[in-house]
Design a protein around this ligand. Structure first.
Ligand SMILES: [Zn+2]
Length: 228
């Protein structure tokens, strides 16, 4: 059995990659990294380092054209600044609208693309690293359990029952993901999560805040924040 891992180079997908390599062996794992018009290429560069670390085949895909015209603040197409508040502060306890860093239907698009590639590569499973903190308050509705179940069913039926989606963290928190990654020896020092493209993580964007807190919950310091 071969596995395809949707792989951004961040903490969650790197832990997914570690899990897939542990279960199937590096020779049976394909890492798929997608460029979608991000303002910087830090994550993509991180993904290359981690794929090399694990010795897995890496495929890349450029879907930036699909997001042309989007006002998502993560993308080059937006001049707006990336918020410096936590997701909870951004959502303000309100309404069903996602945060400004939500990339329109990104996980739907990526999983559908991954399904086509997985079938072409002879993979029977797609791993991706959605977790419950990102789905909380509907910040990223395409990280929710309901969305994952629906996509899994669509992929299973649409592939003629050849392909499934594994989202091992979908009901877990980011702190749980850190714990799992530590167990597996995932090289967190090679990962990149920050929405900004600086030399060091900014420490104040929502994903930096979540990441630092997830390490702290395990009594650890994020290796990228050491010396701060
Ligand atoms: Zn940041």
């Amino acid at each position: 059995m071969k596995a395809l891992v949707l792989f951004s180079g961040g903490l969650d997908s790197s832990t997914c990659l570690g899990m897939a390599v542990h279960k199937y062996g590096a020779e049976n794992v394909v890492a798929l990294s997608v460029y979608y018009g991000q303002k910087h290429d830090k994550e993509i560069k991180a993904s290359e380092r981690i794929a090399a670390y694990y010795g897995v085949e890496q495929r890349t895909l450029d879907l930036a054209k699909i997001f042309e015209g989007s006002d998502c603040t993560l993308l080059k197409s937006s001049d707006e600044e990336i918020p410096k508040e936590s997701y909870a502060e951004q959502l303000g306890g309100s309404s069903g609208k996602p945060v400004s860093t939500y990339v329109p239907f990104r996980n739907g698009l990526f999983l559908a693309s991954a399904a086509s590639i997985a079938l072409s590569c002879g993979c029977g499973v797609i791993y991706y690293g959605a977790h419950s903190d990102d789905a909380a308050g509907n910040a990223y509705p395409d990280c929710s359990e309901g969305f994952n179940n629906a996509m899994n069913e669509a992929v299973f039926i649409g592939s003629g029952e050849q392909l499934k989606i594994e989202a091992p963290f979908v009901s877990l928190t980011k702190a749980d993901v850190v714990k799992k990654g530590v167990e597996l020896g995932v090289p967190f020092e090679l990962t990149w999560s920050c929405y900004e493209g600086g030399d060091k993580p900014c420490g104040v964007c929502a994903t930096c805040r979540d990441r630092i807190a997830a390490f702290e919950a395990s009594g650890l310091i994020d290796p990228l924040m050491k010396g701060e």
